[in-house]
Design a protein around this ligand. Structure first.
Ligand SMILES: [Zn+2]
Length: 595
């Protein structure tokens, strides 16, 4: 039974090293390929031969990566299917633990290879003074003309070799299994509301209803349902923290945070920079958030009531109490309207989105048994993107499909790059520029979904979301700094640390009577569980995306040309799945914000 929405996808470039018929879930078939790579490395006599060897290694990595992605996609599309779960866990438990030490050996061979220094000279500038051709000649040059072809790859491999500890392999397997448990638990939660079983994602719709009592009822029901699972979520997280602390210590770091910074390849900023970023959010963004909240309170007429505060269920409704924006009914309609936006934006991007539909590289509707959130995943051998989301007919879904399409366009733009490490995505700080920019650029044509009046309302909703996401990013980021620098903390201390951040970044919302829900709000945030420390990137990227948007206001054509060019020239990185962040404290959707 094929549990994937798409069928067989041919490799973008025919395999020349990995056999056509190999079963990439069966370790005895994979191991000999590593033997061959090890042996051949010693026989490389020229940089050309070493480059050829890198491409073969790349081909194997991409094929294995795609195998792992396929199993992940099947599992998240069917969290209630035992076969999908088994196939995913089999790979996690039986292939990855064997793969890691062999990858490490290959990486070590590379790092110690006698031709490595020669390889690093390829593409290096002849002198340090040359400029990019498109640099303004009147400005002093700040960028070198060329970066050595393998410089960033080399830096990442070296970093990986330095961090690798064989004793961490079993711990990482345990970690992956706990993450899968979190996905499964989150995806399984439903409530009975208004005569039917609803997923918590589907309940999000009621928070946009003008009827305040209905909103409260829906919100309370979801909060109560989640609170029933508090112990399970906390237990999963306790075990994750313990594993991560051990992983960090094994690698020689005094805490997991410092390890995670290195692991994520954060060569350009430090924990102190994150703290400064978050302070800036408190200083610059929070006044705007409070202003928007005060407007909302006034427009909703709450200031005439007693006590008249904004409540958690007042944050997603239209402040003028208009019915929710209804961008589309069926998911098919969302896809065809999104296609029209891209048709107007750019022919090449439009073609890419059409190709994804033709190949069924989309699973977009929300249903029970699907993991929460949305993501874009790249199938590394066919070099094609796949988009996963849980659309239910909200404005937020329009933002999400534009966002994930931005990631998909990025993946398509790098198809011709043969080095897997370089195709596998630039650093997340840049990847999210591709997606967040697409939200803003696509929004210029949002009339494809709405009347003129609703279109400006939708744009406002989106831009308020941009403002609101900064405090949420700061909250999630600061919280994780606290978690991993306070080993042995109790649940009460953890809740107190969280609540302090909610006070600092939550704005003027009255949670009285719902203190427990507030203290556990972070349980909804997928990243905290399964992608530790992956969050500040969104803040960095959002600033970049706003700049792309500002450029497009000055010169649409040039901004888009630059946008399309950027993935090809960006430096490479290290992640597979990209998510859209969403401020759960601001919009308060009952959904982990794993976009
Ligand atoms: Zn993203």
């Amino acid at each position: 039974m094929n549990l994937l929405p798409f069928g067989k996808l041919p490799a973008y470039k025919p395999r020349t090293f990995v056999p056509q018929t190999i079963d990439l879930g069966d370790w005895p078939q994979i191991a000999p390929l590593f033997d061959q790579l090890e042996k051949r490395a010693t026989q490389c006599r020229s940089t050309a031969e070493l480059e050829r060897w890198l491409l073969d290694w790349s081909e194997l990595s991409a094929a294995l990566d795609e195998e792992s992605s396929r199993r992940y996609i099947a599992m998240t599309c069917h969290t209630d299917n035992a076969e999908a779960e088994k196939a995913y866990l089999y790979f996690v438990e039986n292939v990855e633990p064997k793969l890691k030490p062999r990858q490490f050996e290959i990486e070590t061979i590379y790092v110690t290879h006698p031709l490595r220094a020669e390889l690093l000279k390829i593409g290096a500038p002849a002198s340090g003074t040359a400029c990019f051709a498109d640099d303004n000649v009147n400005e002093p040059c700040r960028r070198p003309a060329l970066r050595p072809r393998y410089q960033v790859f080399d830096r990442d491999v070296k970093n990986h070799v330095e961090l690798f500890r064989p004793e961490n392999i079993t711990l990482e397997t345990e970690e992956a299994k706990l993450c899968q448990q979190y996905q499964k638990l989150s995806g399984s939660l439903t409530v009975n509301f208004r005569g039917g079983e609803k997923t918590l994602v589907q309940m999000g719709r009621y928070l946009e209803e003008p009827d305040r009592a209905l909103r409260q009822e829906a919100w309370e029901m979801v909060a109560k349902r989640r609170l029933q699972e508090v112990e399970k979520f906390d237990e999963i997280f306790d075990r994750l923290i313990e594993l991560r602390e051990r992983i960090g210590r094994n690698a020689g770091f005094k805490n997991y945070r410092d390890y995670a910074f290195r692991r994520l390849g954060r060569f350009d900023y430090t924990p102190a920079d994150c703290a400064r970023f978050n302070d800036a959010v408190a200083r610059e963004v929070m006044p705007v958030v409070r202003e928007l909240q005060a407007d909302r309170r006034h427009q909703l007429g709450l200031d005439k009531l007693h006590p008249g505060h904004l409540r958690p269920w007042d944050l997603a409704v239209d402040p003028q109490n208009r019915p929710p924006l209804k961008p589309f009914g069926e998911v098919g309609e969302m896809v065809s309207r999104t296609q029209k936006i891209f048709n107007r934006l750019d022919g090449e991007l439009a073609g890419g989105f059409r190709q994804m539909q033709d190949l069924h590289l989309l699973d977009l509707d929300n249903r029970k048994g699907k993991a929460p959130g949305g993501y874009q995943s790249t199938l590394c051998e066919s070099r094609l993107p796949f988009i996963f989301m849980n659309a239910i007919g909200l404005q937020r879904d329009v933002e999400t499909i534009l966002h994930e399409s931005g990631h998909a366009f990025h993946a398509l733009a790098t198809r011709d790059e043969d080095l897997h490490a370089y195709r596998n995505g630039p650093p997340i700080e840049f990847c999210e520029v591709a997606s967040m920019s697409m939200e803003l650029l696509g929004n210029e044509f949002i009339e494809e979904f709405y009347s003129a009046a609703d279109a400006s309302r939708a744009r406002r909703v989106h831009l308020e979301g941009v403002v609101g996401v900064f405090p949420w990013i700061a909250t999630v980021d600061e919280f994780q700094h606290w978690i991993y620098t306070h080993p042995g903390h109790s649940h009460a201390e953890r809740a107190a640390a969280w609540l302090e951040l909610m006070d600092r970044f939550g704005g003027d919302v009255d949670w009285s009577g719902y203190e427990a829900a507030r203290a556990h709000l972070w349980h909804r945030q997928l990243h905290i569980f399964i992608h530790p420390f992956y969050y500040i990137e969104y803040g960095i990227a959002q600033l970049g995306a706003l700049q792309v948007w500002a450029n497009s206001k000055r010169d649409k054509v040039k901004a888009l040309a630059d946008y399309k060019k950027s993935p090809r020239s960006a430096v490479p990185g290290r992640y597979r799945n990209y998510f859209k962040p969403q401020a759960v404290n601001f919009n308060l959707m009952p959904q982990p914000s794993g976009h």
